[in-house]
Design a protein around this ligand. Sequence first.
Ligand SMILES: C[S@@+](CC[C@H](N)C(=O)[O-])C[C@H]1O[C@@H](n2cnc3c(N)ncnc32)[C@H](O)[C@@H]1O
Length: 318
Amino acid sequence: MVKAWVDGAQVLSLVTALRDKGWTTYLTEPRTLEALTDFSGLPPQRVADLVGALEANGVVTYGDTVQLTDAFAALVADDAYISLDDALDQAELLTRMVRTAAEEPGALPLSDADALVTARATGGKGTPITAALYDKLFLPQIPELAELIHTDRFLDVGCGVAGATTTLAGLFPDLRGTAIELIPTVAAETQRRIDVLGVGDRVDLKVMDARDFDEKDVYGSAFWAQPFFPASTRQATLEMILRALRPGGILFVQEMEPLPDDAGRPSYTLRRLVAQGWGVPFGRTAEELTAEAVEVGFELVRIAQTDFGRMVLVRRPL
Ligand SMILES: C[S@@+](CC[C@H](N)C(=O)[O-])C[C@H]1O[C@@H](n2cnc3c(N)ncnc32)[C@H](O)[C@@H]1O
């Protein structure tokens, strides 16, 4: 068992170091071992050993030339949903956090830079790939969302880098909405992505605590990134959303961490360690999320099963 951990840690360390040295970009094209040796500045035998390790671990293929496998090429491509950089930065953050959790008694620190890493690795980019995922897998299972986007404004509460809003804005040219993010460092990246995608005239980004948002009776639909809201902020956030929706408007809340089976427990418990260290409730089930929303005055529409997990739909009463 320890050997397997060591192997995984070594591959992660190796891929991170080679990413930092530009290999993962260079190897998007087929390269001879000689060209890679020149590029790397390392001795030929070292390069051959590195390529051997990368090939055996599924990162590159190696015949006459060396090149990223299709899966890794997709991860480094511009249209990746979550890129290799995002995933490696998140790996570094989570590795650091479990160590701190074991060493320090207090809450785990989350710097603004770390919040940005988390937002990038969670939300994903609004790319054609993301749009296809939403369009084919997700939206048909919650048709209420598309219907409401066509008729009313959409509210994204705790938008992070606004993966959801920018993807929806790309799919629905008539989407008009507001996205709320607390942390200015995260919001700066969100605004950059909104501008790159050219949806700034339709998506209004507010940098503020969602609890202080004071529009009333406006929105037809809202999405709440509930796993990122500490217990002390949840009730006031739900009350704000209830006010902001028009009567009959629907709030969509995703169940992020359903109880795992035995195979999922090792990873689930590590995520729980970090999330609870950050002070956010972990593993709220769809039923618990429903109860939270009903408590402040929402009524349940239904709990939908989607390819992204279960989604709670609750409505502001008419
Ligand atoms: C990681 S994002 C979720 C990803 C997002 N749904 C997407 O599609 O890209 C969640 C965000 O909620 C933000 N957040 C937490 N509490 C908040 C609050 N009280 N007001 C506004 N934003 C908040 C966090 O800063 C974090 O960036």
